[in-house]
Design a protein around this ligand. Sequence first.
Ligand code: ADP
Length: 195
Amino acid sequence: MIIILFGPPGAGKGTQAERLVERYNLKQLSTGDMLREAINRGSELGKRAKSIMDRGELVSDEIILSMISEKLIDTEGSGFIFDGFPRNLQQAKALDEILNKLELKLDIVIEIIVKDEVLISRIENRVRESKNARSDDNAEVLKNRLNVYHQSTEMIKPYYLEKGKLVKIDGMRGIEEVSRDIEGHLSKIRKKLDP
Ligand code: ADP
């Protein structure tokens, strides 16, 4: 099963991805987490990415695609969840090519819908609690991350809609309810894959 979790910053993609990993034995591929790991390791790639991330801009497609391709080689487990990727149309098209070459097929793109005002207050809370404080979690950078989302990332919606892969979920409810909705969609797919 190959799933894309799609939605604005703070929509809850990471939380939902973790649950799906446990439930379905999938591997989570979060490009944001991979970049933060590279930064923590102090690698060359991490150094290049840090200032871009701290401004809320997109890291180059080249870096992102090479990270993703590397991870897709290991096909142990029941599939993949992409979280935070693809983030623009070029990445979406490149992903199709990579999957084609590996003879893998994308099953579903799940859009978690959350209004900008709600996102802003969620991230403000995250900062206040400073549990998962991130250097790009502040009002100004978040505004830019939201702009980038609306300008570049949302452009991939028509692409997946046309392919009949896009489903929408209301992400402004509790974690459990969102989870249940997602699992409802996934169980339909699983039935199709293995009736
Ligand atoms: P969020 O979804 O909360 O904004 P992420 O952890 O997904 O957080 O991403 C954090 C930052 O990492 C982004 O603002 C961007 O700079 C960079 N990034 C993550 N994924 C990608 C991607 N697929 N393409 C380009 N940049 C990315």
